[in-house]
Write a protein that binds this ligand. Structure first.
Ligand code: CA
Length: 362
């Protein structure tokens, strides 16, 4: 019996029509959004793969049953790499995937939502974002720009970088030409380093030709992909300058407000899931890449001497104290520092001690 025959024979045709009046079964609204990113097309971790921008967009589509469809554009496909903040603020596109420290020129406090030298590792940073007041402060910082921000990924602790000679003292840093961005660049400049800013794609040729003597990029997997081990052999750890770099999703406020509440919850859930999945990806892939470079590619792993790290730590505190010129930066920095001061000891007692235990048997 087909549907028409059934309705006719059951005499419910009129009743069904009457019931349809409130139209509770109407097709739900479909939102079609665009997400731009600061990343080159195909870049693992950031643009494609577990926890990336494209992964998150697909996840939101699945979780919403297709009610929120997001098309992702890599850098330069729609707008320049660093045009996302303005484009989302103006509503040209609905979303951007990047890192908050790229927007330090728009509002300096953005630094603290990306990473800062001698700041917290991913576990500590997530503690601050989700449970320590970080996200509300982030929202407050971006409010006047009409943006809703949230964390959506984390690179894990980065590597200090590649050097063409060993660093045995602070003096060895003097006159070194190094690619390193942000506040850490200011800290190194204070030690006499000639700081040079280069996009990812230009690091290898510059290092290989001796235009620079040293460079930092991300971590073992991403650095191997750029071939940096072919241009410098000394690979220093650990990433004092980027102890956990958080990826950021920003959403146009008007577009956000137009979403049904369940879709807003789905976006937040997908971003939080992407944060977990990207950190997991980094944990799963960096160890093997580092091992491969040490065993098969002649890479020499080195640790910065204690007095060098101490000098960088003291200079970082000076640079940060000087950097916070506006009230919002001071407020965010104070919140971050308060959280870190509490967390630091606990992290040392728990994780720090435990790492000593499990590495002691090597
Ligand atoms: Ca980096």
């Amino acid at each position: 019996m087909d549907r028409r025959t059934f309705l006719k024979s059951a005499g419910v045709g009129a009743a069904a029509t009457a019931l349809a009046a409130p139209n509770v079964w109407a097709k739900p609204k479909t939102h079609r959004w665009r997400m731009v990113t600061t990343w080159p097309p195909g870049l693992p971790f950031y643009q494609v793969g577990s926890g990336s921008a494209e992964w998150m967009a697909k996840r939101i589509g699945e979780m919403s049953g297709g009610r929120l469809k997001i098309r992702v554009y890599a850098a330069k496909e729609l707008i320049p790499a660093f045009g996302g903040f303005d484009a989302v603020s103006k509503g040209t596109v609905e979303m951007n995937h990047g890192v908050a420290y790229y927007w330090a020129g728009k509002t300096f406090a953005a630094q603290y939502f990306g990473t800062i030298p001698f700041g917290m590792n991913p576990a500590g940073a997530n503690g601050w974002y989700y449970e320590g007041g970080g996200i509300p402060l982030w929202e407050e910082t971006y409010k006047d720009f009409g943006l809703v921000p949230m964390p959506c990924g984390n690179s894990g602790i980065q590597m200090t970088g590649w050097f063409n000679k060993e660093i045995n003292s602070v003096n060895d840093l003097k006159g070194l030409k190094m690619r390193i961005p942000g506040l850490a660049g200011k800290v190194l400049a204070a030690q006499g380093v000639n700081v040079i800013l280069l996009p990812g794609g230009e690091i290898f040729p510059a290092l290989e030709r001796g235009v620079i003597d040293a460079a930092e990029w991300v971590g073992p997997y991403q650095d191997r992909r750029l071939g940096l081990y072919q241009a410098a052999k000394y690979y220093y750890h650990s990433g004092w300058h980027e102890p956990s770099t958080t990826s950021e999703l920003i959403i146009n406020k008007k577009a956000w407000d137009s979403l049904e509440k369940d879709l807003q919850a789905i976006v937040r859930a997908a971003a939080t899931e992407a944060n977990l999945r990207s950190t997991s990806w980094a944990e799963a892939n960096n160890a093997g890449a580092l091992d491969d470079m040490i065993r098969n590619k002649g890479v020499k792993l080195r640790l910065l001497p204690k007095d060098v790290i101490e000098k960088l730590r003291v200079t970082t505190a000076e640079v940060l104290a000087e950097a916070n010129k506006d009230p919002q930066s001071r407020k965010v920095y104070a919140s971050y520092q308060r959280f870190q001061d509490n967390w630091r000891e606990w992290a040392g007692i728990s994780e720090g001690t435990y790492h000593e235990y499990i590495r002691g048997k090597k």
